[in-house]
Ligand binder design. Structure first.
Ligand code: ADP
Length: 496
């Protein structure tokens, strides 16, 4: 009787459960939307019970749909939205208020204060992170300072603080385990990525007791079993990784210089750096990569607005009716006709880190059409990615040989071809584009011996489409130089 790996993909906007077979193919998936809570401007929360309930319901839905008995699940792998932080009572599993979502800016002033105290370098050295409200440490501190019950329980050693992976594992195991993996720990701003442990100095800085934090366990390997009350049987939980690191693993990027880019709302580009943590001076994050055998690291760069620019064309300009139409319309013109779009709607990320940059359209003439603007918008996604790749290559000293792509926008063949053209390296799209869930499944499957070794997995991984560069190096350089001139004009625009 065949057995399966169940991947749980708990994302920002949905919880999904995906069943993989021994060939690493998707058998079926089910998901539910997760409601977003916006208590005030700049604040974003999730209800911890809703996180668990949507996740549990999607597990049940996928099992029902496929009529697979839970006994046939060899292991569970978990991947999750990163940095989102919550607190619960250890003895009862009762959540203490809502989870603070990664996007929430409530701790921005605290982070600015710490930066003014000169802590940026120390934090970067220990954690690989920039001092920003994005990460968990200040969110945990906020919970301790603003939820009186959290303080009481901390005093009684009955408090759990954790990211979403730890919360799901606590629920799945009937509150027997309080664990996280190094990829999630590396996003808390409390974890020393070189010493592989919570950092006493940072715990003291944010007033967090080590006892409240989860134990850090490997990303691959059995960490506990599901409580039979959850879905009838005790299934091993054997894989954990934050979403972007899971995607890097699911793309089989396991060697220095292997990189993947996820084309979703924004872009997240991670490049494996092997067993070496590479520090960054240009705003890349140094982060722990998921691994089934010993410490591994990656550099991470982010583009804030990628697919979101296509949504803007659709919803705000109304020049396309669907995201897919962006390709059709852009193909009506041979090039952007000199139009350059810099979609700095929310500032610019790597390597500029310029919150004052704003969206800009340059090079318009009376001959410019909406097709030119749409084509220039797709090119902007590609050119922002080139900015990240340039930065990574400079910092890591390793030239990328190809870029593996995933995320919703890889459906756009023009976008992918333009990416290959403007990077000058092949862009590869795999057959399974659910790489986040696939990475969690791989980690879990390796953890229980469902797959004997990484080579077996690498041999299963299939390319759906490979885009080779088709323009000259001169043209590539000229177009990139034009982009850089446009970025310079978009920068430092907003005055507040
Ligand atoms: P997320 O996980 O960030 O929600 P997805 O991976 O689901 O994102 O991808 C959705 C994004 O991809 C949207 O921003 C959408 O505009 C963009 N997108 C989807 N299909 C296309 C397409 N064919 N061409 C360009 N962009 C697309």
């Amino acid at each position: 009787m065949s057995t399966y790996i169940l991947a749980l993909d708990q994302g920002t906007t949905s919880s999904r459960a995906i069943l993989f077979d021994a060939a690493g193919q998707i058998v079926a998936s089910a998901g539910q939307e997760l409601p977003q809570i916006y208590p005030q401007a700049g604040w974003v929360e999730h209800d911890p019970n809703a996180i668990w309930q949507t996740q549990r319901d999607s597990i049940q839905a996928v099992l029902q749909k496929t009529a697979v008995a839970p006994e046939r699940i060899a292991a569970i792998g978990i991947t999750n939205q990163r940095e989102t932080s919550l607190a619960w009572q250890r003895s009862t599993g009762e959540p203490l208020g809502n989870a603070i979502v990664w996007q929430c800016r409530r701790t921005a002033a605290r982070c600015q204060f710490l930066a003014a105290q000169g802590l940026t370098d120390e934090i970067r050295k220990k954690t690989g992170l920039v001092l920003d409200a994005y990460f968990s440490g200040p969110k945990f501190e906020w919970l301790l300072q603003n939820v009186p019950r959290a303080r009481e329980l901390a005093a009684q050693n009955d408090l759990c603080l954790g990211t979403v992976d730890a919360w799901l594992i606590a629920q799945l195991t009937g509150h027997r385990q309080h664990v996280t993996d190094p990829t999630n720990a590396s996003r808390t701003m409390l974890y020393d990525i070189h010493a592989h442990d919570w950092d006493a100095g940072l715990l003291a800085l944010f007033g967090i007791a080590r006892e409240a934090l989860p134990q850090v366990v490997p990303s691959s390997g059995v960490v506990g079993h599901t409580d039979p009350a959850v879905f009838g049987v005790a299934v091993p939980i054997a894989g954990i990784a934050g979403d972007q690191q899971a995607a890097l693993f699911g793309q089989t990027c396991w060697q220095p210089g292997h990189a993947k880019n996820t084309y979703g709302t924004g872009c997240f580009l991670l490049s494996h750096t092997g067993g070496q943590a590479k520090p960054s001076d240009s705003g890349l994050l140094t982060t722990v990569a998921a691994s089934a055998d010993g410490p591994a690291y990656a550099l991470e760069g982010s583009v804030f607005v990628a697919g979101a620019a296509v949504q803007w064309l659709r919803d705000k300009l109304g020049v396309i009716a669907t995201a897919a139409e962006s390709e059709e319309l852009a193909r009506q013109v041979p090039d952007s006709g000199g139009v350059v779009v810099v979609p700095a709607f929310t500032g610019l990320g790597t390597p500029y880190w310029d919150p004052q940059a704003r969206g800009t359209i340059l090079g318009l003439t009376l001959g410019s059409t909406k097709a030119h603007v749409v084509r220039a918008t797709l090119e902007a996604i590609v050119l922002q990615t080139r900015d990240v790749v340039e930065t990574m290559q400079q910092e890591s000293g390793v030239a990328l040989r190809e870029l593996r792509a995933d995320g919703g926008a890889v459906a756009n063949a023009l976008l992918m071809q333009t990416q290959a053209d403007l990077l000058g390296i092949p862009v590869v799209v795999p057959t399974v584009t659910e790489t986040t869930a696939l990475g969690a499944a791989y980690l879990a499957g390796l953890g229980v011996g469902f797959w004997p070794d990484a080579e077996t997995i690498a041999a299963q991984w299939r390319v759906a489409r490979r885009y080779e560069p088709q323009i000259s190096a001169d043209e590539r350089d000229a177009r990139y130089a034009t982009w850089q001139r446009a970025v310079a004009r978009a920068r430092a625009w907003a005055t507040a």
